[in-house]
Design a protein. Sequence first.
Length: 285
Amino acid sequence: EAKEAGRNTFRFFNQKIHDDSVARMEMERQLRGALERGELEVHFQPLVSARDGQLVGAEALLRWTHPVLGRVPPDRFIPVAEQSDLIVSIGSWVLDEACAQAARWRKARNGAFIIAVNVSPRQFSSPGLVDTIRACVDKYAIPHGQLEIEVTEGLLIRNPGEVRDAMLALEAIGVTVALDDFGTGYSSLSYLRAFPFHTIKIDRSFIRDLSDDAEDCALVVAAIRMARALGLKVVAEGVETEMQSRFLTRQESDVLQGYLFGPPIAAKDFFVDWVQNRPGAELPA
Ligand code: C2E
Ligand code: MG
Ligand code: MG
Ligand code: MG
């Protein structure tokens, strides 16, 4: 009987693996046509100055609405795109779309507007990355310091030399690089020294527990001080309460992002809610 149970468990386990890989392959197949079918959309979440709450820019966040599956969260489909070549074409499209909107909004505001775009490890390491970004900078005449590429620690492990060269090439054309989800990895400190980052984005898991977790408060304070000492800009993500916002401002974060200020929304809504009738803010240094 034990043998029988074991066999069933084994069968179930196998079935589960099978289902997962079938689901993944099916998702990849669906995602492959998503761009052409117009199912992808870039949403924008406001970045505000910690000093005065004024709009300084936006982070571009990809959305996929499948006709049958409905809204598929990026945490589910980005890894699938990342495991295939799809991330390169989708990523280039996001970059262009985001920069195009930012250029319109810069013009409408007659002022600076930072656009932050996530780039996954595979996309960042693809051969044409720097050329693609340079072409975008030229096409939309993006001023120095107003396009920020967000990468995660995972990128830095594989080909550190090439990654560093690419970051320097971006720096040379006025494109900055942010270390996203700061604090969730293992070696953030040494990475900050070894790579020419301009910004750190403190992961929202630290911000979330600021109210009742003294250790998270200490970590956030330490992260901000360290960034200050290294001359890095600090963005806090996932700011949901006034208390968190006040704390982060007091500790001298530069930029705040989170539901307290606004969720990611479609471009046309962002234009109405944020770009129109809001004066341009001073950019943080
Ligand atoms: P991320 O780059 O760290 O983006 C921040 C995430 O936090 C977004 O989730 C955003 O909607 C969410 N967020 C912002 N403020 C708050 C808040 O106050 N509370 C909470 N609970 N969440 C907040 P989203 O849009 O689901 O994206 C998840 C991740 O997917 C992103 O994390 C990024 O790693 C990836 N991603 C999204 N778009 C792209 C893209 O175009 N390219 C690549 N490579 N990755 C992307
Ligand atoms: Mg990001
Ligand atoms: Mg993040
Ligand atoms: Mg994340």
